[in-house]
Design a binder for this molecule. Structure first.
Ligand code: ATP
Length: 789
């Protein structure tokens, strides 16, 4: 549609000049965000400027405002902190400082600002925008700029990205850096646990987070801590010491050799008196425990960003540029956030206001309000933490008729978060008075050996940090002998089953569900926790273990790229797992900055390989001095039956006229192993507890008076002569838990199997990572090159 408004049209035709700055405390992933803004900006035909040293750069101007080129941000994904610097800038808090900043913006022709920082930085950005017209007027009235000079800059666009390790911003599930910081804490506490267990010691670990307890809470879940102190749940001043002693003593009496207490730096009691690590230590010493304090400090901000932060920062950086291009002067400034798996825009002012309300609620001693202002998953995580760490005292046990027998089985290849999921299931189930059973060594273990074991608190307590599968996993399916499976289900009177696994687990769930008519023992709630590095289970965009896999690949690929960089002319082709699903390849390509990604979804042919060779040559052309970086291509193991990893490497080498040489690298089973990451551990707890609640819910709905004389164990009754299940909504009672866009939900297995599954290729029909591939093509430069041609 032709725009008839001349001013608006002129505005639209003007090349956008976007500036990006990082401000406040640094966090891992800020470099990735800047890289994404720079490259997406250039791709969308904007000029992009980096403002060095946060708002100070904007106030001082000059060389601190630098126009960025594509190659300036090469290699930034693998770097920690922020390479354009950050600062706390007092001048920007003053009107004269902002006036100076406005002048520098206009002088450089910049009319859009992407700010990556915490709530303070975003408050400053919003204030800057609201004052903008008056700042321009003042610049003219003081004679610093002419009317004509300011005329094209009447509207300032502001977009906020939250870069903060604290994860304290309302309106987003995660801030850039929070997962990396949590991972640093997880690693450190795992190290500490080893020595604590050796000496039978107690450790008080102090973590960052200021007024926010997110890091402490999630570290508590991820490390199996005995107790945590967070600002949103202020401790009772007269009872907390005794409560702490009771919990720690109880865990010791059950056989634990180490005690871990996580204290958020903002922890306090309900009189607003800080609870310090020293206070906590003194209590543990009174209990007779040899206790040490470890204050983790700046380690938590350090190191390179984990895969999920690189991804978050990259997707949000690209979204920020799109927002700049789409926003009109009437739109409120957006903050780019994430809900579950979906990148969202939310009004910046509201998010900042709600964030500040938490501190106000805490100051007013309204702790219920404080916790309710955090995201819903904060409250859920808190409740989960309490049920698996403190409700082992029997205080939450259900009445006898409601106590269930629930089994868990691992199916398929090993992945990293099977044990933490099993632990959370068992601890939660025990807290409710249920009996948790492990079916050992998969369905063949059950069929051949009847291997069923009732799990106790002490069996699983230390499984939060273990990779692999303590109860054993294999690929066998119930169809091996459905009758025997049903026999054992009946023998142990299972009221529900949790399967943890990948596509085989999904197939097992489908087989049991479809055998329900034949075997009443399967008329129980059946759930699948997707757990596979390939992330190919229909009904979910995330599977347990995939985060650990991506992080081990990130380390691997960073090392490979570094080696490639040192050898100058060497290109690596890295082969990753994933079966027929290109998820891992696409993801790892995006977060490590691969030149190209080969997946089963996009067929490889000579034309695409030629395109990659051209892109490699272009890359080498731009490579100079410090902008040099290693080149890497990622190939999924099943991307093509013809173009093997070796063949691609050979073709590239042969076609380069000796300009570069190629090497292949295959990380193999490293991708399935290792200790689970914090993200996988926290999600394992979340999924396992949700599945157990799902089983409870369906069982509690069974009304015994409806049974028409049938016993509950038969799990069906007769209605008008027809056999019907006693489990209400039987179709819905066999389901896969999964993340879909912005929601965590259960989807009935038959619905998925019939409508969303490619059985032959063992994956879902919904390629939920499609947009990742497209963004990867933008940021690698492939699309730019294609457009040039
Ligand atoms: P973090 O969460 O890591 O502390 P933050 O962005 O909240 O990050 P702050 O120190 O509060 O960190 O803010 C960073 C900078 O943002 C300040 O030094 C200042 O330049 C600017 N800023 C903060 N608040 C305001 C405000 N109310 N008005 C103008 N500028 C502000």
């Amino acid at each position: 549609v032709l725009n008839t408004n001349k001013d608006e049209q002129a505005n639209k035709n003007k090349k956008k000049k976007i500036a990006v700055l990082t401000s406040g405390g640094d966090s891992q992933g800020m470099c990735s965000a800047v890289r994404a803004v720079v490259r997406a900006g250039i791709f969308y035909d904007c000029d992009v400027f980096a403002i060095y040293e946060g708002y100070s750069g904007l106030v001082q101007g000059g060389s601190l405002i630098k126009k960025m080129q594509w190659q300036d941000v090469r290699g930034w994904l693998a770097l920690g902190g922020t390479l354009i610097g950050t600062a706390r800038c007092m001048e920007f808090r003053e009107k004269w400082g902002r006036l100076q900043a406005a002048k520098n913006m206009v002088v450089n022709g910049i009319d859009a600002l992407v700010v990556c920082g915490g709530d303070g930085s975003l408050t400053g950005a919003d204030l800057f925008r609201s004052e903008w017209p008056s700042l321009l007027e003042e610049l003219v009235s003081k004679g610093e700029l002419t009317k004509e000079e300011v005329a094209p800059y009447q509207n300032l666009t502001i977009v906020g990205l939250v870069g903060s390790i604290d994860n304290d911003m309302a309106g987003t599930d995660s801030t850039i850096g929070a997962n990396s910081s949590l991972e640093r804490i997880r690693e450190m506490v795992d190290y500490i646990d080893a020595t604590a267990t050796s000496h039978s010691r107690a450790f008080v670990v102090e973590v960052m987070g200021r007024h926010c307890g997110w890091l402490a809470l999630n570290a508590g879940i991820a490390t199996g801590a005995d107790y945590i102190f967070i600002p949103e749940r202020a401790a009772n001043p007269s009872t907390w010491k005794d409560e702490l002693k009771v919990v720690c003593a109880r865990h010791r009496a059950k056989g634990k050799r180490n005690t871990t207490v996580i204290v958020a730096e903002g922890a306090l009691d309900s009189d607003l008196k800080p609870i310090t690590s020293e206070d906590v230590k003194n209590v543990l010493v009174e209990l007779g425990l040899d206790t040490r304090i470890t204050t983790l400090g700046h380690v938590q901000r350090g190191g390179v960003a984990v895969a999920s932060d690189r991804l978050l920062a990259t997707l949000q950086g690209v979204e920020a540029v799109k927002a700049v291009l789409e926003l009109t002067p009437a739109d409120p400034s957006p903050l780019i956030g994430i809900l579950e798996n979906k990148i969202i825009r939310t009004p910046l002012v509201e998010a900042v206001k709600n964030t500040k309300l938490v501190a106000t609620a805490i100051a007013a001693k309204d702790f219920d309000k404080a916790i309710s202002l955090r995201n819903t998953d904060f409250i859920e995580s808190y409740q989960n933490y309490i049920s698996i760490s403190q409700h082992d005292d029997g205080s939450n046990v259900l009445p006898e008729g409601k106590q269930l027998n629930i089994a868990i089985v691992h199916v398929g290849a090993s992945s990293a978060a099977l044990n933490p999921a099993t632990r959370a299931f068992v601890l939660y189930a025990l807290s409710k008075g249920h009996k948790p059973y492990a079916i050992e060594n998969g369905f063949s273990g059950l069929i051949r050996h009847g291997s069923v074991k009732e799990l106790k608190w002490q069996d699983v307590e230390a499984w939060h940090g273990l990779g692999g599968s303590e109860i054993g996993t294999n690929r066998s399916l119930p169809s091996l002998d459905l009758g025997t499976v049903a026999f054992y289900f009946q023998k142990y009177k299972f009221d529900g089953l949790i399967i943890a696994g990948g596509f085989e687990g999904f197939t097992a769930l489908h087989q049991l569900t479809n055998a329900r008519d034949q075997f009443p023992a399967f008329n129980i709630p059946l759930t699948l926790i997707p757990a596979t590095v390939s992330n190919n289970v229909p009904g979910t965009e995330y599977s347990l273990g995939s985060d650990t896999c991506l992080n081990s690949l990130v380390d691997y690929c960073d090392a490979v790229k570094q080696s490639a960089s040192a050898t100058r002319r060497r290109v690596f082709v890295v082969e990753v797992q994933g079966g027929h699903s290109g998820f891992v390849a696409s993801m790892i390509g995006l977060v490590t900055g691969a030149v190209a990604v080969y997946t089963p979804e996009e067929k490889i042919n000579l034309k695409t390989i030629q395109e990659d060779i051209d892109l490699l040559k272009e890359n080498y052309k731009q490579d100079q001095g410090e902008n040099r970086s290693g080149k890497m291509l990622i190939r999924n193991e099943q991307a093509s039956s013809i173009f093997s990893t070796e063949l691609i490497a050979d073709i590239i080498q042969e076609s380069s006229n000796n300009k570069f040489e190629t090497r292949t690298a295959i990380p193999g089973h490293v991708q399935q192993g290792g200790q689970p990451t914090a993200v996988d551990r926290v999600n394992a707890s979340r999924f396992a507890i949700k599945c157990t609640k799902f089983i409870e819910e369906f069982n509690f709905k069974i009304n015994d008076t409806d049974l028409d004389g049938a016993t509950k164990e038969l799990r069906f009754k007769y209605e008008h002569g027809k056999k019907v299940s006693t489990v209400p909504h039987i179709e819905e009672s066999a389901a896969v838990i999964g993340v879909k866009g912005s929601e965590l939900t259960f989807t009935p297995v038959n619905q998925l199997w019939d409508n969303e599954t490619d059985v032959a290729l063992r994956k879902g029909t919904n390629i939920h990572w499609e947009s990742i591939t497209a963004i990867g093509d933008i940021l690698s430069g492939r699309l730019l090159l294609r457009n040039k041609d």
